[in-house]
Write a protein that binds this ligand. Structure first.
Ligand code: COA
Length: 147
């Protein structure tokens, strides 16, 4: 499957909100995305041309960057889209002298954990019972030196 990627723009706030609510119970609305994207250091990518096939949103601070959210609609999963989105932001961050990409994932999110392991992230921390006071949050890191 050919994957088309483009950078996220501030005008994408409504589109991102529509996608985000398909994937997360505590969805971020258009205003939240617009506010986020107006803050310094934001960057990301959207997959798909006519139809959005997923997105990733990140924030750079000094020589580190963090993945804030990543989503691929069910109809497009297991085609390498999330991998392509991660590789795109990793390459962009590395060019921008970012040394490492961090993210947080729920311990029980098996799909995302498998994806991140395959994409070279390793566990660097754990917040016990972080989500709904039940599920641990894992802090993951990908070294960008070799990217
Ligand atoms: C997690 C998510 C982003 C994966 O997107 P995707 O485009 O399907 O991922 P990819 O096709 O790039 O998958 C790459 C690898 O990750 C692993 N993986 C992805 N989904 C998986 C699943 N459901 N079960 C097991 N492994 C999975 C596999 O190793 C896969 O490689 P393979 O298909 O060759 O076996 C998507 O399922 C999603 O949006 N989930 C809901 C939102 C979410 O959890 N976001 C992350 C929050 S931290």
């Amino acid at each position: 499957m050919k994957i088309s990627l483009r950078p996220i723009a501030p005008t994408d706030a409504a589109l991102l909100a529509a996608l985000h609510k398909q994937g997360f119970h505590e969805a971020w609305d258009e205003r939240a995305f617009a506010t986020l994207m107006a803050t310094p250091g934001m960057f990301g990518a959207i997959a798909g041309t006519d139809q959005p096939q997923g997105f990733i949103l990140c924030r750079k601070a000094a020589d580190e960057a963090e993945v804030l959210t990543l989503f691929v609609p069910e109809a497009f999963r297991r085609h390498g889209i999330a991998t392509a989105l991660i590789d795109r932001v990793a390459a962009e961050a590395a060019l921008d002298k970012v040394a490492a990409l961090y993210l947080e994932v729920a311990d029980d999110n098996d799909a995302a954990r498998a994806l991140y392991a395959k994409c070279g992230f390793t566990e660097v921390g754990r917040r016990p019972r972080y989500y709904q006071a039940k599920v641990d949050a894992l802090m993951l890191r990908r070294d960008l030196a070799a990217t």
